[in-house]
Design a protein around this ligand. Structure first.
Ligand SMILES: NC(=O)c1ccc[n+]([C@@H]2O[C@H](COP(=O)([O-])OP(=O)(O)OC[C@H]3O[C@@H](n4cnc5c(N)ncnc54)[C@H](OP(=O)(O)O)[C@@H]3O)[C@@H](O)[C@H]2O)c1
Length: 330
C-alpha cells in the first residue's frame, strides 16, 4: 500500500511517500480502507520528536482517519465490512498512523460515522472537537452556569470549545481578531474581545466581575501572571498549547484562592475518554452544528509539504485534509 511515512524523526522533509507493507489486523482490530486523514500540529510534533512518544520505523504519520471497514477481526462486534468509520488516536503511543491507504485500528478506538455526514468535513473536525470536549469536561470540569474564557475562539479548537460550552449552559467570553468577532458571536459567545486590545484584561474583568471559572488559551500565549488574577475562586486554567512558553506564575494569587493550573494533551486520553468524546461529537454531527470553518484538501502524497506549510504558519485557522485515491462513493 502507499503511505506517508518516516524512517527517522526530523524535519518535514523526512516524510516519504511510497509503498510499504500493508498492516495486519489482530483479533480485536479492524482493517480500514482510508478515505482521508489530516495534518494536525501534534503530527508535526510527533514527526520532529518535540512530543516524545513510542514510534516503530517505518512509521506512518497521522492521527485521524475516515474510511470504510475492509475487515473486522473475529473478536470485533458491531462493525462490518463496508461500514463508514472514523478514528482520532493513531500515530502515537506505539500505534502506526493514518496517512496510508490502509490502517489497522483497535475496535475500541473506531467509531461509526453517522449517515449523511460529509466524511472530509468530519475527519477535519474530530481532532479539534475531541480536544475541546476533553479540555472542557474532563480536565476543565465545566459546570452549567459557569463563565468560560476562550482565547483564540475563532480557531479550530477555539470554535469547538465555544460551540460545546454554549450547549453545556456556560456563559462564554471569547477573544479573537476583530475580523472574527462576528463568527464567534454566531457560535454563541456572549461577548467577544479583540485580542490585540491593550485593555483586554480590564475588559474581561468588567465582563466577569466575579471572575472566570475556566480559562482556555488555544493561542498558547499563556500569560498566567494576568490570567490567574482574572479567575474566580476555584477557577481553573487548562494549558493546552504554547509548548515553548515559560510563564510567570503568581503563586499567592493562585493558592490563596483555590485556583489551579493543569496541563492536558489529547494524546494521553484513555480509549474510554476518547469514546465518550466521540459519542458527543457524533451527536453534534447529526445535528449539523460541528463543521470546520475552512478546509484545504491535498493528495496523500503531499504530506511532507503540508507538514512544512503548517510549521510555517501558513494553515492557521484552516484544517488540512489529505486524501487517498479512494473516493467517498467507493
Ligand atoms: N493539548 C492538546 O491536546 C491539543 C490538541 C489540539 C491542538 N492543540 C493546540 O492548540 C493550538 C490551537 O490549534 P488550532 O488548530 O485551534 O489553531 P488555529 O486554528 O490557528 O487557532 C488559533 C487562533 O488563535 C488566534 N490568536 C492568535 N494570537 C492570539 C492571541 N494573542 N490571543 C488570542 N487569540 C489569538 C488566531 O487568530 P489569528 O487568525 O488572528 O491569528 C486563531 O484564530 C495549537 O497550538 C495546537 O498545537 C492542543
Amino acid at each position: 500500500m502507499r503511505a506517508a511515512y518516516i524512517e527517522e524523526l526530523g524535519p518535514a522533509d523526512v516524510i516519504r511517500y511510497g509503498e510499504i507493507a500493508a498492516p495486519r489486523p489482530g483479533p480485536t482490530d479492524v482493517l480500514v480502507d482510508v478515505l482521508a486523514t489530516t495534518v494536525n500540529p501534534v503530527d508535526t510534533f510527533v514527526r520532529s520528536g518535540l512530543f516524545p512518544t513510542h514510534v516503530d520505523f517505518p512509521f506512518v504519520v497521522g492521527r485521524d482517519l475516515v474510511g470504510t471497514v475492509a475487515q473486522a477481526g473475529p473478536g470485533v462486534t458491531g462493525l462490518r465490512a463496508g461500514d463508514r468509520v472514523w478514528c482520532n488516536s493513531l500515530g502515537h503511543g506505539g500505534r502506526q498512523g493514518a496517512a496510508a491507504e490502509q490502517a489497522v485500528v483497535a475496535a475500541d478506538r473506531l467509531y461509526r460515522l453517522p449517515e449523511g455526514v460529509d466524511p472530509y468535513a468530519a475527519v477535519a473536525a474530530v481532532h479539534p472537537a475531541a480536544t475541546a470536549y476533553l479540555a472542557l469536561f474532563v480536565h476543565g470540569r465545566l459546570h452549567v452556569g459557569e463563565t468560560l474564557l476562550v482565547a483564540g475562539a475563532a480557531g479550530n479548537v477555539g470554535s469547538a470549545l465555544v460551540t460545546m460550552a454554549v450547549r453545556a449552559g456556560a456563559r462564554v467570553l471569547a477573544t479573537a481578531g476583530s475580523r472574527d468577532a462576528q463568527y464567534c458571536a454566531e457560535l454563541g459567545a456572549a461577548e467577544v474581545f479583540d485580542y490585540r486590545d491593550p485593555d483586554l484584561a480590564e475588559q474581561i474583568r468588567g465582563a466577569a466581575p466575579s471572575g472566570i471559572d475556566l480559562y482556555l488559551d488555544t493561542a498558547g500565549v499563556n500569560d498566567l501572571e494576568t490570567t490567574v488574577g482574572l479567575l474566580a475562586r476555584r477557577g481553573r486554567v487548562v494549558l493546552l498549547a504554547g509548548a515553548r512558553t515559560r510563564p510567570v506564575l503568581p503563586a499567592g494569587a493562585l493558592y490563596m484562592n483555590d485556583r489551579s493550573v493543569v496541563g492536558f494533551v489529547i494524546s494521553h486520553a484513555t480509549p474510554d475518554e476518547l469514546a465518550e468524546a466521540a459519542a458527543y461529537i457524533n451527536d453534534l454531527f447529526r445535528q449539523g452544528v460541528l463543521s470546520p470553518r475552512g478546509i484545504e484538501v491535498f493528495p496523500l502524497s503531499a504530506a511532507a509539504d503540508v507538514h512544512a506549510r503548517m510549521e510555517k504558519g501558513e494553515l492557521r485557522g484552516r484544517r488540512a485534509v489529505l486524501c487517498t485515491d479512494v473516493t467517498a462513493g467507493d
